[in-house]
Design a protein around this ligand. Structure first.
Ligand code: BES
Ligand code: ZN
Length: 556
């Protein structure tokens, strides 16, 4: 049972969807229908999740009713099935405020001439654009027909069907609802490898193709470690800057923030991460949002193994140390019960569980098991795990049962998974490069990576802001990660020369990871609060509903 879904798949389970949608930019809605193909076990009621949907009618059903909306879960749509019926079709429209959709006006795009739409379904936002069983425990195949205005292109995390109009999609591998994804805008495409390409707005395409040139090497690296890539193609879509995440692992089509386009491929661990989800997450999926660490912890572990294979251990070590330190920093502000891998989300939005705990504590657990059993045995274990549970949704209990059988007596798993904080005996990451940085003011930074810069800046205590800026011109950095770190420090230190950069930064980027710390820091002083409120009044309409929710909570 998934507490974040009204559905009862144990009684009637949806197996396949047929979507037919019009993308209506002028009204900021999707309108059309979805046919749901069913497996019936018991009863004659199909319960679907919805949020802010208008239900026009339900075909092939005796009757239907929309229940009261819960603030976290939305409203259940209960459909009374005809005896023996194995499908229904719901005709519906979305709301302009749908939590899983962002409608961008032309000024918010790179090209400035056409509108843009994209979906973000994880964790429980698919229900705001499709009435369905919105739980990762239910997997569906689907087909979709999406109509967009002339001159725009629709893309989905799915295969392009054989019809020539480019608007029919199919997904023949069963996927959980949170991985159903659609985008539409002025998009061009360029091949970057034998099974990969990039979609982006025309002004961004060259930079994107250059940044992601290592994609095929990354796919080959994961395949060598953990078995074949099961999704045929791996493409990337670069979204406009308001995308609230770094990346989203939609199957066959990773959605990515343009803030990774640093020009020097220094931030492509994001691609390694989203690609790794093609095994951990998309193939083997958390059955509920309390099991989210199975997705993200495994993915961060795999991501670093890919980085190590492609760019060497020094690079992977730096990422691991950065992750470990950020984990400690974030955990210090979390309640005890949120420092647990298998998190209790009763009465909460599953997005609340998205801290670094599932990511970094999860990866640290796998590192620690790897160290206990040896890399060869752990690699064999993971390869078998992905094959054994492929295309299934599993709980933490399923994982525990499997690992206790395959790798008995490794580490205290119950303590790692159900207790708060980091157990004694954790494998502590270490970076020689970082140790050198800690030894004093650097003599030569010309060969520094983004990671070295981040570590250097984060370990200045207290930072000599004028000296740092004079010598390294940080206020003028064009690397989004470094600039973000620098601006955060500037707010903390009230370093005046950098403060005018805060508004353009917060108004041009919608990535929640960048927004949240800066707004939080601004709110700590009266001048900062005034600045935060003034900036947010301008920036809010450009943010995604998810980011708006987060920043509303900070600024109000
Ligand atoms: N699946 C996540 C993004 C996500 C998590 C969206 C929970 C909604 C709810 C994605 O794989 C991810 O972890 N993205 C990270 C980047 C990554 C390099 C750590 C992000 O967006 O910051
Ligand atoms: Zn992830």
């Amino acid at each position: 049972m998934d507490i974040h879904s009204w559905s009862r798949p144990d009684r009637v389970r949806v197996r396949h969807l047929e979507l037919d949608l019009d993308v209506l930019f002028d009204r900021k809605i999707l309108e059309g229908s979805v046919a749901l193909h069913l497996d019936r076990t018991s009863g004659d009621e199909l319960v679907l999740d919805t949020r802010a949907l208008t239900i026009h009618s339900v075909e092939n059903a005796a009757r239907f009713s929309l229940g009261a909306a819960d603030p976290n879960l939305g409203a259940p749509l209960t459909i009374r099935l005809e005896p023996g019926a194995t499908w229904v079709r719901v005709h519906y429209a979305t709301s302009p405020e749908a939590s899983g959709l962002q409608w961008l006006d032309p000024p918010q795009t790179a090209g400035k001439r056409h509108p843009f739409l994209y979906t973000q379904s994880q964790a429980i936002h698919a229900r705001s654009w499709i009435p369905l069983q919105d739980t990762p425990g239910v997997r569906v195949t689907f087909r979709a027909h999406v109509r967009v205005p002339d001159g725009l292109r629709a893309v989905m995390g799915a295969a392009l069907d054989t019809t020539p109009d480019g608007r029919h999609f199919r997904m023949d591998q069963p996927v959980p609802s949170y991985l159903i994804a659609l985008a539409a805008g002025s998009l061009d495409f360029r091949e970057i490898g034998p099974r990969s390409g990039v979609y982006a707005e025309p002004p961004v395409l060259d930079r994107a193709a250059h940044e992601f040139a290592d994609t095929e090497a990354m796919i080959a690296a994961v395949e060598e470690l953990y078995g074949p890539y099961r999704w045929d193609r791996y493409d990337l879509l670069v979204l406009p800057p308001s995308f609230p995440f770094g990346g989203m692992e939609n199957p066959r089509l990773t959605f990515a923030t343009p803030t990774v386009l640093a020009g020097d491929r220094s931030l492509v661990s994001l691609v390694a991460h989203e690609l790794a989800h093609s095994w951990s997450g998309n193939l083997v999926t958390n059955a509920t949002w309390s099991d989210f660490w199975l997705n993200e912890g495994f993915t961060v572990y795999v991501e670093r193994r890919v980085l190590e294979k492609l760019y060497g251990p020094a690079r992977a070590d730096m990422e691991a140390v950065l992750g470990r330190r950020e984990l400690d920093r974030e955990m210090a502000g979390l309640r005890e019960s949120d420092r647990v891998l298998h998190i209790d989300l009763t009465g909460r939005d599953p997005d609340d569980g998205c801290t670094l705990v599932p990511y970094e504590k999860g990866a640290l657990l796998l590192r620690t098991i790897e160290r206990a059993v040896g890399r060869d045995r752990f690699d064999a274990f993971l390869r078998a795990y992905f094959a054994h549970f492929a295309f299934q949704s599993i709980t933490t209990a399923d994982f525990l049962e499997y690992i206790r059988r395959e790798l008995p007596n490794t580490v205290p798993l119950d303590e790692w998974i159900f207790a708060s904080g980091i157990p004694a005996g954790a494998a502590e990451p270490h970076s020689d490069a970082f140790t050198r940085i800690e030894s004093g003011w650097p003599a030569d930074t010309t060969a520094w990576s983004t990671h070295e810069w981040l570590h250097f800046l984060r370990t200045q205590d207290p930072p000599d802001m004028p000296r740092l800026d004079r010598q390294f011109h940080l206020t003028d950095s064009t690397n989004s990660e470094i600039l973000h770190q620098w601006l955060l420090m500037a707010v903390k230190a009230n370093y005046q020369p950098a403060l005018p950069k805060i508004e353009p930064f917060l108004c041009s980027v919608g990535r929640r990871k960048f927004l949240k710390p800066i707004y939080t820091e601004l709110m700590k002083t009266p001048e900062g609060r005034a600045r935060a409120r003034a900036i947010y009044a301008k920036a809010r309409p450009t943010y995604h509903p998810i980011a708006q929710g987060t920043i509303d909570g900070i600024v109000n």
